[in-house]
Structure formats: structure tokens, C-alpha cells
Design a protein. Structure first.
Length: 431
């Protein structure tokens, strides 16, 4: 029997939602047992635990004082107005912690990283929650049996995987973000109208895999994932001029639905995007595809052949907007803090790179000294070292952090900068 633990898909910035219903993407089974993980007694403990792990007094003080901290007039640090944990991440973490409290003696599993931050995933593992995939994998699907509790990460999971777990009789703590579910709704709609979903995203990312699986979930529909503008242009050219089908299929291997045929399935398109893409780029993708459809089918018929819904989430947008604003101020360099596999964080780093020296780091320890920083180069997909990264003399540093980065890591980074500049921390923490 399939058992479901049910949650509301609404958010609050406090992260404490009222349990109301189960996985909103599926019809509710009759008499599905419901377990309220958000009981006040549970949430009181969870809140204290989450705060003790991730809170930062320094960051809160900076928020209250215009996002700036400065010492000796020598080092000034400016935080973007929006940064760090989003509502979806807060909710996912709360639910995972609550699950541990509600099931203290049960084996608890998680499909993979709950969010893309190594420190947060370490905490989850330290609570005895077993990972079913990834570098930290400590159990496999074969180990699962009826009644085992499986946490679904904030990105959601593929339909086929959910079906397997249901068939095993697992219980779910489903932390899928409501904004991700909105994309699922969109691609389902496209499928029901025989419109191929063009998903702007990373075909290898958990969220995009989960979304792609919804584009074919009703036994019909097709999808194609495009990541870059160059890929988009290739698709546009194929739409307008046709091309070599085998070459097309080879180029997009692993990024389209079974049976996808570019000669048949590019005649009616609906664009959706991974929630964490760069807005400007997503708009470009849809503009280029629309223009191709106009060239192919004419302006009068384009509405029959092309649809677009922006599915970038509010939190991603807010962080990009806030960084855009921060980048208009005079800064010497930018630090972007977050997990290297975090999509929204990598886009913040991209924004910074286009304007000024930008260092994408996962924690403060990466600032080895004032002469050496180890940081992630997303184009090379590896950490690299940069010497003489911290200018001498008066310096102003901008900081932002991805939606999966906790405040305590931001505080560590700020403190480390002051240590590197030999500013006593008491001076920073004064008043
Ligand atoms: S980044 Fe957006 S989609 Fe992802 S968890 Fe946060 S709010 Fe949800």
C-alpha cells in the first residue's frame, strides 16, 4: 500500500508551513494516512536546531544596517540585498529535520542531496539520514522495503523513480519546492496539447530530469532540453531550414524524450525553464525560438506553433535583481558563496564575471591567504587557484550567496576577510 506524508505546497519565509495535503501532482488516494510533521512540539525543536546550525548574528546585523560592514575605512563589505536561503530551501530543510524528529528510530533515506550545499548535506548525513545516490551514497534502492521513509529533495524526483518507491510501499517526506511543481504543471499542459516542451536548463540537473519526466508522464508528449544559446540557434536553424536528423539526435543525446524526432516534434513548441536559470538568457532562448517559428510558419500562425511561460522562480529572480543592483556600485571584487553544483549560484557568478573579478567559493577556507584564493571555475568545471586576489589598500568587496547557502557560511566569509586584513573581529562586531 502506498502511504503518503502530506504537506502544503505554500511557502512562508519563516519556513513553517501548515500540513494540508500530499503530492499535489498526483490525485489523492482515498484514506491516505497523513502524518503531521509540523506539530508545534516538533517545530519548536526543529526551529532551534536549524537556527543553531545555520543562523548568523553578524549577517542579521548587516541586514539591519543597510547590508554594509566596514572597518578602518580600509575594508568595506557590501552584501546584496537578497541572498542565501530561499523559501523552498528553508522548507526542505525544516521537513528533513522534522522527519528525523518524528521517526527517531526508523531508517530514514534521502534520494540525493537535499539542496546543493555540501555543509547542509553533511548535516543531513550526520543526522543518520542515508543517501541513495551521489558521492555520499550509503544505501541503494534495493535496500528499501515497505514502510521505509524516503525524503524527496527540493528539486523533486523523476516519475519513474517515484513509481518504483510507491511500488515498494515507501512513505514520502516530499520537500519538492512548489515553484518546481509549477514547471511540472506547465510541461504537463504542453504534453496534453501535443506541444513539445523545450526546457531551457541543464539536462543533467535533478530538477530538469524531474521536469522532463513530467513532459511525457501521461504516455504522450515530447521534450528537448537546450542549455546554451548556441544550442538554441542550432534548433532554430533546424526549424527554419531542416538539417541532418542523425547529427541533431547525436548532438542532443540524453536531452530529449524517447522517440523524439526533430522532423516531427518541432512543429509546435512550448518553452519552460529550469527555475534557476538566468532570466536574460531564458528570454533570449524564447525570443530566438519564437522568431524561428515565425520564419517557418508565418506571423499569423505563430500562436498555434509557439508558447512560452517564464518559470524562473521568485527567489532566483530576486537574487539576480539584487546582484544586478549591487554590481552598479563601485566594487573591487565579488565573492559568490555556494555549492559548486548549485545552478542559481553559478548564474550569480556568471553575472559577476561579466563585470569584475569574481570568485566562486564554497566556504571561507577557500580564501587561503590574502595572496591565494582557491575558487571554482565553472567553465573548466574545477577549482583553480588565483594569486594576489585581494588588493592592498582601500578595498570594497561585494558578497552574494546562492539560494542554498546558509548564513553561517556567509558570516565565516566576512570574518575571514577581516582576519586577512588584520582587523580585530571585535571591531567588526562592535555596536
Ligand atoms: S531556488 Fe526557487 S525553485 Fe529552487 S527551492 Fe528555492 S524557491 Fe524553490
Amino acid at each position: 500500500m502506498v502511504k503518503l506524508i502530506c504537506f502544503a505546497a505554500t511557502h512562508s519565509t519563516s519556513g513553517f508551513n501548515v500540513l494540508t495535503y500530499f503530492d499535489m501532482t498526483q490525485p489523492a488516494p482515498q484514506n491516505a494516512p497523513k502524518i503531521n510533521l509540523r506539530r508545534p512540539d516538533i517545530m519548536e525543536v526543529v526551529q532551534a536546531q536549524v537556527l543553531s546550525h545555520y543562523r548568523s548574528e553578524l549577517v542579521e546585523r548587516m541586514r539591519a544596517k543597510g547590508q554594509v560592514v566596514s572597518a578602518n575605512g580600509d575594508l568595506t563589505i557590501k552584501l546584496a540585498k537578497e541572498f542565501g536561503f530561499c523559501y523552498g530551501v528553508e522548507r526542505a530543510i525544516d521537513l528533513a529535520y522534522a522527519a528525523r524528529k518524528v521517526f527517531p528510530d526508523r531508517a530514514l533515506y534521502i534520494l540525493g542531496e537535499i539542496i546543493h550545499n555540501p555543509e547542509v548535506n553533511d548535516q543531513i548525513r550526520d543526522m543518520g539520514i542515508k543517501f541513495l545516490s551521489g558521492k555520499e551514497k550509503s544505501a541503494s534502492l534495493d535496500d528499501l522495503k515497505e514502510g521505509d521513509v524516503v525524503i524527496i529533495p527540493a528539486f523533486g524526483a523523476e516519475v519513474s523513480l517515484m513509481d518504483k518507491l510507491k511500488a515498494k510501499g515507501c512513505q514520502f517526506v516530499d520537500t519538492t519546492c512548489g515553484d518546481v511543481m509549477s514547471v511540472w504543471k506547465r510541461v504537463r499542459q504542453y504534453a496534453s496539447e501535443s506541444v513539445t516542451s523545450i526546457i531551457h536548463g541543464k539536462a543533467w540537473h535533478e530538477e530538469t530530469k524531474a521536469t522532463s519526466s513530467r513532459a511525457t508522464a501521461q504516455g504522450r508528449g515530447h521534450y528537448l532540453v537546450v542549455f546554451t544559446l548556441a544550442e538554441t540557434d542550432y534548433v532554430c536553424d533546424y526549424i527554419v531550414n531542416g538539417g541532418n536528423k542523425q547529427e541533431f539526435l547525436e548532438k542532443f543525446k540524453g536531452a530529449y524524450s524517447p522517440g523524439f524526432d526533430p522532423d516531427q516534434h518541432l512543429q509546435a513548441l512550448g518553452v519552460a525553464n529550469q527555475t534557476t536559470m538566468l532570466r536574460g538568457e531564458t528570454e533570449d532562448v524564447q525570443r530566438r525560438l519564437r522568431a524561428a517559428m515565425v520564419r517557418r510558419y508565418g506571423p499569423d500562425d505563430v500562436t498555434r506553433h509557439f508558447r512560452f511561460f517564464d518559470t524562473i522562480c521568485g527567489a532566483t529572480q530576486d537574487r539576480q535583481d539584487a546582484l544586478q543592483k549591487l554590481l552598479q556600485e563601485p566594487l573591487d571584487l565579488l565573492l559568490v558563496i555556494g555549492g559548486y553544483n548549485s545552478s542559481n549560484t553559478s548564474h550569480l557568478a556568471e553575472m559577476g564575471e561579466s563585470k569584475l573579478p569574481t570568485y566562486f567559493i564554497k566556504n571561507a577556507a577557500k580564501m587561503v591567504s590574502d595572496e591565494l584564493i582557491v575558487h571554482y571555475n565553472q567553465h573548466l568545471q574545477k577549482e583553480i587557484e588565483t594569486a594576489n586576489w585581494l588588493p592592498s589598500g582601500r578595498v570594497t568587496i561585494g558578497i552574494t550567496a546562492g539560494a542554498s547557502c546558509p548564513n553561517n557560511l556567509i558570516e565565516d566569509t566576512i570574518k575571514r576577510l577581516f582576519v586577512l586584513r588584520n582587523v580585530p573581529l571585535q571591531e567588526v562586531l562592535r555596536d
